[in-house]
Every structure is written in C-alpha cells, then in structure tokens.
Design a protein around this ligand. Structure first.
Ligand SMILES: Nc1ncnc2c1ncn2[C@@H]1O[C@H](COP(=O)(O)OP(=O)(O)OP(=O)(O)O)[C@@H](O)[C@H]1O
Ligand SMILES: [Mg+2]
Length: 332
C-alpha cells in the first residue's frame, strides 16, 4: 500500500450513464481529499451528482453507468483499477454506505438480527454465536434499547429512526475506515435527525473513521463538517469550511442555496428559492453550468468553465465573478 496522508483521494472523476437518449454526464470532474477521522460534506440540489459521486467511489453504479476518467485512491491505491473481487473486499471492510431510505437496504422478510449477523459473518470469520454477540454490541453502540429483543424483530416492527440506527449498525459491522452517509436523515423528523447526526459524530470519535455526509440540506450538516463541497451539474463550484461557505460564500449558486434555507442568525429574512431549472446533463453547457440561472452572468460565463480560484487557505470557488473582482482590485 502506498503511503498517503489521505484515506481517500478523488481526482478529476467523471461518471456518465449511457442511455437511449444519449450520454448523461452526471459527474464532470470532481476532486477532493479526505483525511482519516475527518468529515466531508457534499451539498447541492437534487440531481447535482452527489449520489453518483458516492456510488462511483463504491462502484455500485447502475448497469448503464461508468467511470469514464479520473482516479479514486484508497490510501494511495487506485481502486478504479480493482477487480470486482477486490472491490467486494473494499466495500466489505474499508468503506460502507448508508442509504437515504433504510427500507431499500433492509430486507423486509428477514429479522434485523439475521441481516446484521449475516453482514458480520460476511466480513469476518466469526461463528454464529460470536456474530450474535457482536450484533447485540453494535445495536447497543448505535443506541437501540433492549437489543436482544430488537434483533428478533422484522424491519417493519422498528420505527424510522430505529431502522436508520439498524442501518448504521450494519454499516459499522465491518469497522470501515470510511463511512459514506447518503442523506441519512432526510426521511426522519427534525429531533430524530439531530439524534442520528449526534450519534454519527459520537461513533466517529470512538472509532476514528472518516465520514462523507451527502445532503441537500446545508443547514443540517454544517456544524459537523471539516470541509464542505458545494456541487452543481456534477462539478464542485465551491469548497471550504462551514464558516467560509456560510459567512463568505463566493459562488452565486452557494449564495442562492443559502437564501433558500432558514437561518437562526437572521430569522426575519425571507426565503428565496433559486430560479430557473437545473441543467440538462445530456447537453452540458460549454461554460459555467450555473450560468443560465445566474443573475450576475457575464459573456465569458457562457463560453468557459471557470477554474477554481483560491480565496483563502481553506476556501476555493469556481466563478468568473471572483476573477473579475481580482482584476478590479489589482487595477485599483
Ligand atoms: N441510472 C441512471 N441513468 C441515467 N441517469 C442517471 C442515473 N442515475 C442518476 N442519473 C442522473 O445523474 C444525475 C445526478 O444524480 P444523483 O442521483 O447523483 O443526484 P443527487 O445530487 O444525489 O440528487 P438527490 O438530492 O435527488 O439525491 C441526475 O440528473 C440523474 O438523473
Ligand atoms: Mg442522491
């Protein structure tokens, strides 16, 4: 294994779906690094390519989907070159994913205990009784009361919040280095949401794993992320700490997202949705993907994709407005 400071590096990742209607370019050059034990947030509107990014890392894309270029390095090793067998091992012991809707991942005809024990036995060489003990331990870890009884129940006998805890226990069964949580709380009400996020942070402290939090709700995850990527049209349009993104957004899309969510620091502000419709990925525009919806768009925005411009040590954004401001400040 190559020595790397990062547990995961994604380099200029492109993923497309080859459909009857043509090539859907869902991910168009995503780059990021993740250090062990850190949390990365990926935010963006529906269809911005968040899940496809996550599924590309795990290589669990739909049949028509394919990584067309780029690299995904796990501890310095390019896993896009892995065989399916090696990928199974990666998915089983290095990286886990929690899906948005637990009912799609829990099988309704088997008890929670059976499914959890199977997951444990698949990834370790534990015996049946050892797997049962570990399952109890895991349910306790994720805060399920009376785990012995709960294991004997079917998924529909558990509440929404409890099923999400079951899923987290399942994802932790292999003690992953990386946990990808794809909208883990959107199906839950606000108080349960907060409990689940707190639980994930707690587990991260205990187990030291890195987390990728995928969400369309910037407000929900901001406080737990070391870095946030804002995605639009399968690209990163802005990245930075939660403070960078919330207090000095440098991309018109991020500003639009912020105007559309309630904020406790300004309760009187009116919420404004972003106008226009999301882009057609079958026919990506030549320039900035957000240009057709941007009030500040200039001629160049139509023609060329802006490079990432560094705004501070932690903060980068891809918007021609920043380049313009830079020139103006140099001229002044
Ligand atoms: N199997 C598929 N075939 C064709 N296009 C697909 C397929 N899966 C995803 N896409 C397209 O890729 C784009 C990105 O989808 P993705 O699921 O990553 O969005 P998302 O950011 O996760 O949105 P959401 O917040 O709704 O989950 C969408 O336009 C979607 O239509
Ligand atoms: Mg998604």
């Amino acid at each position: 294994m190559v020595d790397s400071k990062y547990v995961l590096e994604v380099k200029d990742l492109h993923t497309s779906f080859f459909t009857d209607a043509g090539e859907v370019k869902a991910v168009n050059g995503i780059t990021f690094n993740l250090e062990p034990g850190k949390t990365l947030g990926i935010v963006g509107e529906s269809g911005s390519g968040k899940s496809v990014t996550a599924y590309s890392i795990m290589q669990i894309l739909a049949q028509t989907g394919r990584i067309t270029s780029g690299e995904v390095l796990y501890k310095g090793e390019d896993i896009t070159k892995y065989s399916e067998r090696e990928m199974q091992k990666f998915r089983g012991s290095k990286c886990s994913i929690i899906f948005q809707d637990p009912m799609t991942s829990l099988n309704p005809v088997f008890t929670v205990g059976y499914q959890l024990e199977e997951a444990i036995r698949l990834h370790t060489n534990k015996s049946k009784s050892e797997a049962r003990e570990r399952a109890i331990e895991l349910l306790k870890l994720v805060g399920v009361n009376d785990p012995e009884k709960r294991l004997k129940q079917y998924p529909h006998e558990h509440s929404g919040g409890m099923r999400q805890r079951d899923m987290i226990a399942m994802a932790l069964a292999c003690e992953p280095d990386i946990l990808i949580a794809d909208e883990p709380t959107t199906a839950l009400d606000v108080t349960i949401q907060a409990q689940i996020l707190e639980l994930m942070q707690d587990l991260q402290k205990k187990l030291g794993m890195a987390i990728i939090m995928v969400t369309h709700d910037l407000g929900v995850i901001a406080s737990m992320c070391d870095e946030i990527l804002v995605m639009y049209g399968g690209r990163v349009c802005e990245r930075g700490t939660a403070d960078d993104i919330f207090y000095s957004p440098a991309h018109e899309y991020t500003k639009g997202l912020l105007r559309s969510i309630p904020r406790t620091d300004n309760m009187n502000e009116k919420l404004v949705p972003i106008g226009g419709t999301p882009i057609n990925l079958l026919n990506m525009p030549e320039g900035c993907a957000f240009c057709p919806r941007c009030d500040e768009a200039m001629k160049i925005c139509l023609k060329e994709v802006p490079d990432e411009l560094r705004i501070s040590d932690s903060h980068l954004a891809s918007c021609w407005m920043n380049v313009k401001k830079l020139y103006e400040s140099k001229e002044a």
